[in-house]
Write a protein that binds this ligand. Structure first.
Ligand code: C5P
Length: 234
């Protein structure tokens, strides 16, 4: 089936953009961060040693993570809200570093992509999981803007976290995501890099939708759009 990948750092606007683009195209959304979060929640609940790839691998083999439209299910339980919490967010980096977990989740992600036309959102979708994706995007924004967005998200959920703590967490997560030995976060070859700083959501969506639709009718996207991810961090 057809796959559009949207990768980039936390707070770049990927989730909203991916969800809305999937709605506009009537494609399925593959929120891969939610998968890592669900395994993280399972690990926290089971008291698994987060530093042990082996233990995390065994855990990942024994849990079921499903993404029916709009939900995250862990062994059939709706954990959509729970996986967005601060604790899961913090601990998720250990799970994201586990080669065993990554192998398992990549298999699930590819299976999902075989069955559906998907908007696949994450860090490694264009580079590792779907290198042959029909269209690839890499969304980014300034660190300050990303921290403000995440901070507002937490506040909306009633979780009081100081802005500078969110900013430092993000910075640390970016560094780890980019330096990871397997599947480091970087713009995929052929990905179009979009900086969302200060841009209106609808305008970005219109732009991306038009880009994808151009490709859908067999016309190659404009050449100047095919920039190969230069510097994206600020
Ligand atoms: O995007 P989100 O914040 O939901 O990601 C949750 C965690 O999973 C983060 O630690 C992120 O680095 C990791 N992740 C990943 N690969 C993906 C998607 C998310 O390592 N494809």
């Amino acid at each position: 089936m057809r796959v559009v990948t949207i990768d980039g750092p936390a707070g770049a606007g990927k989730s909203t953009v991916a969800r809305r683009l999937a709605e506009r195209l009537s494609w399925r959304l593959l929120d891969t961060g939610a998968m890592y979060r669900a395994v993280t929640l399972a690990a926290l609940r089971a008291g698994v040693d987060l530093e042990s790839d082996q233990a995390l691998g065994v855990l990942a083999e024994n849990v079921a993570v499903e993404l029916p439209p709009g939900k995250v299910l862990l062994n059939g339980e709706d954990v959509s809200a729970l996986v967005r919490g601060v604790d899961v967010t913090r601990a998720s980096r250990f799970v994201a570093d586990s080669p065993h977990v990554r192998r398992r989740l990549v298999d699930w992600q590819r299976a999902f992509g075989r069955e559906n036309d998907v908007i696949a959102e994450g860090r490694d979708q264009g580079t590792v999981v779907f290198p042959d994706a029909f269209r690839k995007f890499f969304l980014t924004a300034s660190l300050e803007e990303r921290a403000r967005r995440r901070h507002a998200e937490f506040a909306q959920r009633g979780e009081a976290v100081a802005l500078d703590v969110v900013l430092r967490d993000l910075e640390e997560r970016d560094a780890r995501d980019a330096a990871r030995a397997i599947a480091p976060m970087k713009p995929a070859r052929g990905a179009r890099v979009i900086d969302t700083t200060g841009r209106a959501l609808e305008e970005i969506l219109d732009d991306m939708e038009a880009d994808v639709r151009r490709g859908l009718v067999g016309q190659p996207a404009q050449e100047e759009d095919r920039r190969e991810g230069p510097e994206w961090r600020r």
